[in-house]
Design a protein around this ligand. Structure first.
Ligand code: FES
Ligand SMILES: [Fe+2]
Length: 343
C-alpha cells in the first residue's frame, strides 16, 4: 500500500445496516470526503458526495424520496448513480450524465460499506472473525481525535490496561505470567495469550467463568479485535472494532460487541455491558486524544529535540507490525515470536 490513495480501494464501513433507514440520509466523512448515505428504491445503500452540484447544499440535510436523496435547498433529487432525476420548476426529466460521482457500496456483516469505485480491488469487506457459538450482539459508535495507528495500537495493547483501566480490566498489583505468541495472519497480525487466569478487573469477573486463552488481532485496512475464550475453547467475548479514517486526525469507531448466548437475555447484557464499555472507551479516548495532540505539538520541535518516533519495547507485541501494515500494506521481515511476560 505504497500509494497514498490505496486505502480508498478497500471497503470501509460507514454505518450499521440498522442506522441507515429508508427516509433519512446519513452524513459521513471518509478519507476527508463528506458523503451522504441513503437507500435507493430497491433498499440498497448508496453513497454520493454530500454536496449538491447546484449550490453546494449538504444533501444529508435533506430527505429521501422514492429512493432518491432530495436537496433541502431547491429540491433537486439524485439517484444512486448521481443522476438528477428531478429539478422542481424545470420540464426536463433526468440529467443525461451523472452530476455526482457515486462510491461503490454494499451491505455485509450488519454494516453498510463504501469504497472508491475508481480504485476498487477485489478484496471483500473485512469481516469479524467467525465464531462457532450463538452470539448476542450490540454495537457501539464513537468518534476519536487520533490516527488509525494510534487507535489500533491502543486497542490491542494489553500493557496499558493496568494503568488506564486500573480495576476495570487489570491491576498493576495483580499481574500474571502469560505466554504470548505473535503470528502473521492474512492481511494482518495476531497475538495469542495463553496461561493467563481470569483478569483482576471487573469486566472479566462479570463476563467470564474461566479464561483459557485470549487474542488480539489487527486486519487491514482497519479492524482491531479482542477475543476471550474459556478453558473449553468457547467464546466469551469478541469485540470487533472498525477504525474508519474520517479525516486527518479524526476516526469514526464502529464496534461490534459479541458475547456467547447464555443464561441472561441479550438485552439485559446490553444494558449492563454498554455503560461498562462506555467507561473503558472514555478512558482510552482521553489518553488517545492527549497522545495525538502531543504528537502534533512535538512535531514542531523536531529540529531541537529530534523526531518523535515511538520507542518500541518487548511488551509492544503488535504495535510495530500494525505500523508496518498501515505504512506498507504488508508485513516485511516478520518473524513469529513467543515470549513470557507479566500481564
Ligand atoms: S442547492 Fe441543491 S437544489 Fe439548489
Ligand atoms: Fe484501553
Amino acid at each position: 500500500m505504497n500509494s497514498t490513495d490505496q486505502p480508498r480501494a478497500w471497503w470501509w464501513p460507514l454505518a450499521t445496516s440498522q442506522q441507515l433507514g429508508s427516509r433519512k440520509p446519513l452524513a459521513r466523512v471518509l478519507h476527508g470526503r463528506p458523503l451522504v448515505l441513503f437507500r435507493d428504491s430497491h433498499g440498497h445503500p448508496a453513497a454520493l458526495p454530500d454536496r449538491c452540484p447546484h449550490r453546494l447544499a449538504p444533501l444529508s440535510d435533506g430527505c429521501v424520496r422514492d429512493g432518491t436523496v432530495e436537496c433541502p435547498y431547491h429540491g433537486w433529487r439524485f439517484d444512486q448513480a448521481g443522476h438528477c432525476n428531478q429539478a422542481p420548476g424545470s420540464l426536463e426529466q433526468r440529467s443525461r450524465v451523472p452530476l455526482l460521482q457515486p462510491l461503490q457500496t454494499c451491505e455485509a456483516h450488519g454494516l453498510v460499506w463504501a469504497r472508491d469505485a475508481a480504485a476498487a480491488d477485489d478484496r471483500p469487506p473485512c469481516a469479524p472473525t467467525p465464531s462457532e457459538n450463538a452470539l448476542d450482539v450490540f454495537w457501539v459508535h464513537d468518534q476519536v481525535r487520533c490516527s488509525l495507528l494510534e487507535a489500533a495500537e491502543n486497542f490491542l495493547d494489553a500493557f496499558h490496561t493496568h494503568f488506564v483501566h486500573a480495576g476495570w480490566i487489570r491491576r498493576d498489583t495483580q499481574r500474571q505470567r502469560v505466554i504470548a505468541d505473535v503470528r502473521a495472519i492474512d492481511y494482518g497480525v495476531e497475538a495469542r495469550y495463553s496461561e493467563e487466569g481470569l483478569q483482576a478487573g471487573l469486566i472479566s469477573r462479570l463476563l467470564e467463568g474461566s479464561r483459557g486463552e485470549s487474542f488480539g488481532r489487527f486486519l487491514l485496512p482497519g479492524l482491531a479485535e479482542i477475543e476471550y475464550r474459556d478453558r473449553s475453547g468457547r467464546l466469551n467475548l469478541l469485540i470487533s472494532a472498525w477504525l474508519v479514517p474520517a479525516e486527518s486526525g479524526r476516526l469514526q469507531l464502529i464496534a461490534r460487541v459479541a458475547t456467547r448466548r447464555g443464561l441472561l437475555p441479550g438485552w439485559v447484557k446490553r444494558l449492563a455491558l454498554r455503560p461498562l464499555f462506555g467507561v473503558i472507551l472514555a478512558q482510552d479516548k482521553s489518553m488517545l486524544e492527549a497522545i495525538s495532540a502531543n504528537h502534533q505539538h512535538f512535531a514542531h520541535c523536531a529540529d531541537t529535540w529530534g523526531p518523535t518516533h515511538p520507542l518500541d519495547s518487548r511488551q509492544d507485541l503488535l504495535g510495530p507490525w500494525i505500523r508496518q501494515l498501515l505504512e506498507k500494506g504488508q508485513l516485511e521481515g516478520f518473524v513469529a515470536s513467543r515470549q513470557e511476560l507479566k500481564l
